[in-house]
Design a protein around this ligand. Structure first.
Ligand SMILES: Cc1ncc(C[n+]2csc(CCOP(=O)(O)OP(=O)(O)O)c2C)c(N)n1
Ligand SMILES: [Mg+2]
Length: 562
């Protein structure tokens, strides 16, 4: 068989394998360590190569692509320096369970362990950051190991896989066939598990469903919605996973993020059954591991997750089911509904609390730019298929609390809490879905970490609308500072550039909004511009979160000290 195959270089085999696995897009920052791969891409126009400006941004773009499409985000970076820059996106893909395949250039095989130029042992460096790390030392093994990379990245709990490519291996030739496409392996729930799940649920009085994690496609989201509706169940979501359940369903209760509604937190504490579907129930979602007892949750816990290792980790479930999300959602949708459930009033009251929370809290005199009202306007304005991306920071409390999602609308945010995610994720989402409105929510701090990917947006004709919430500080940390060390501001004040001028220099549409009534026209102009846009929101620094003000926090802290 090999006799009939042409001899291809390792670099050509890498690209042939990417094609065989159906890769349509790859994000990169070039390096001389993988010239053969770049050259082979020259002959593969069906793979769109996105040239990015910093590997941190490129890695966030690949991660956001993976989160949006469910297909592995492919990232190409060079040896040590490129790989080090990219690590924040790899860590995010790991914590967020996002499929990703990272191809990293490596020094020639005969130089390894000399600390050659830019040499890093990627197996060691990425050990706690990636799901799997490999190095391809023989060109003839490229098809085998890339197939394994795609399988591992997408199967069970998805995650990032690192593939190191020694530069001399990429020049070697081999006459071997490539294989693909990958087929993600996911577990199915068994009939006995489902019967027990239904029996436990039927016995409950105050149940709460908690959806989360990755691996949800639109049909799976529709199925979980049917299940929730059929038995009139209340349902919340884990941190930054607000797009799984249609937020308009009468069972939807909101999210368990950093600014979770106190009423929702109280509901979960009072629940007698938690049905967690896909969520790891991590530190943020579990409100610093305080929502459930450890290891005995103190209530019935049904935990469903794609990875066996996550079941029984931290919390000991009453019933653990290993399953992919489409598989469990279809099974739950087909389950006999629970007729006349005892929790009808419990669900109704909890939904009432969520709806009340959609109205902005009264926090004294309304500021000139009332972000609560801006968010209420956006909630009405955004179409059902809008894609919202978010950075990490206190500003994210506004979209998280006040916006609503319904598929195909999406929320792409770093559950890893990585600053710098919002802008590149919006660029990637807009490249991948050119017809859709993409709004990227960023703080002034986070935007300055990766905002240079605006250049990538302009180069690629992408049209994300980036909102910069400018409070001239690392607001989240300032808030913690005021709580612990009131009035002692250290390392959190920021002197920012002129954001509209900066955006214009990139060729983007730019506007500054300082008053509530200026937002709607600026947003409409940004949509009409059909190119990358930046809107700076000039904040009253007092508005530190949707629920309190900076001086209220300081006063409380001072009182507590006195
Ligand atoms: C890469 C990274 N560095 C540092 C942090 C710690 N951190 C969390 S939020 C935050 C401040 C965010 O500032 P900004 O983007 O301006 O948003 P704000 O909180 O002011 O709304 C910092 C420094 C982090 N999460 N990620
Ligand atoms: Mg800020």
């Amino acid at each position: 068989m090999a006799a009939n195959l042409p001899a291809l270089s390792g670099g050509q085999l890498v690209v042939a394998s990417l094609r065989a696995h159906g890769v349509e897009m790859a994000f990169s920052v070039a390096g001389e360590s993988y010239l053969e791969v770049l050259d082979a891409l020259f002959d593969a126009p069906e793979i769109r190569l996105i040239t990015c400006r910093q590997e941190g941004g490129a890695a966030f773009m690949a991660e956001a692509y993976g989160k949006l499409t469910g297909k592995p985000g492919v990232l190409l970076v060079t040896r040590g320096p490129g790989a080090c820059n990219a690590s924040i996106g790899v860590h995010t893909a790991f914590q967020d369970s996002t499929p990703m395949v990272v191809l990293v250039g490596q020094v020639a095989r005969h130089q390894i362990d000399r600390e050659a130029f830019q040499e890093v042992d990627f197996r060691k460096m990425y050990a706690p950051l990636a799901k799997w790390v490999t190095q391809i030392d023989m060109a003839e093994r490229v098809p085998e190991l890339l197939n394994q990379a795609f399988q591992v990245a997408t199967s069970g709990r998805p995650g990032p896989v690192i593939v190191a490519l020694p530069e001399d291996m990429l020049r070697d030739t081999a006459a071997v066939g490539v294989v693909g496409p990958y087929r993600a392996v996911r577990a199915h729930p068994g009939a006995q598990d489902l019967a027990e799940l239904r029996r436990l649920l039927a016995a409950a009085e105050r149940p709460v469903v908690m959806v989360g994690g990755s691996g949800w496609d639109d049909p799976a989201c529709a199925d979980i919605g049917r299940f929730i509706e059929a038995s009139d169940l209340p349902a919340c979501c884990s941190f930054r996973r607000q797009d799984i359940v249609d937020n308009r369903l009468k069972g939807y209760l909101g999210d368990l993020g950093t600014g979770a509604a106190p009423a929702l937190v109280a509901r979960i504490r009072a629940a007698d059954l938690v049905l967690a579907v896909g969520a790891r129930i991590g530190e943020i979602t579990s409100q610093s591991y305080s929502l459930l007892g450890i290891p005995d949750p103190g209530k019935t816990l049904i935990h469903i997750h794609p990875a066996a290792e996550e079941l029984g980790r931290v919390f000991r479930p009453t019933l653990a089911i290993q399953s992919g999300m489409p598989e469990i959602a279809a099974a739950l949708a087909a389950l006999d509904p629970i007729a006349n459930p005892r929790w009808a009033a419990w669900r109704r009251e909890a939904r009432g609390e969520y709806e009340a929370g959609l109205q902005p809290s009264k926090l004294g005199e309304a500021p000139a730019l009332d972000l609560g009202r801006v968010m209420m306007w956006l909630r009405e304005r955004l179409p059902d298929d809008a894609i919202i991306t978010s950075d990490a920071g206190n500003f994210s409390g506004w979209p998280n609390r006040f916006l609503q999602y319904r598929r195909p609308g999406r929320q792409l945010g770093p559950t890893s809490g990585a600053m710098g995610y919002g802008a590149p994720a919006a660029v990637a989402a807009s490249i991948a879905s050119p017809g859709r409105i993409v709004v990227g929510f960023c703080g002034d701090g986070g935007f300055m970490m990766t905002g240079q990917e605006l250049a990538t947006a302009l180069a690629e004709g992408a049209a994300p609308i980036i909102l910069i919430f400018n409070n001239a500080m690392y607001g989240t940390i300032r808030m913690h500072q005021e709580r612990r060390f009131p009035g002692r501001i250290s390392g959190t004040a920021l002197k920012n550039p002129d954001f509209p001028a900066l955006a214009k220099a990139y060729g983007a549409f730019a506007a500054q909004v300082a008053r509530t009534e200026e937002f709607a026209p600026a947003f409409e102009e940004a949509v009409a511009a059909r190119k990358a846009a930046v809107i700076e929101l000039v904040m009253d620094p007092e508005m530190i979160s949707t629920r309190t003000t900076l001086s209220a926090i300081r006063r409380q802290a001072e009182l507590a000290k006195a």
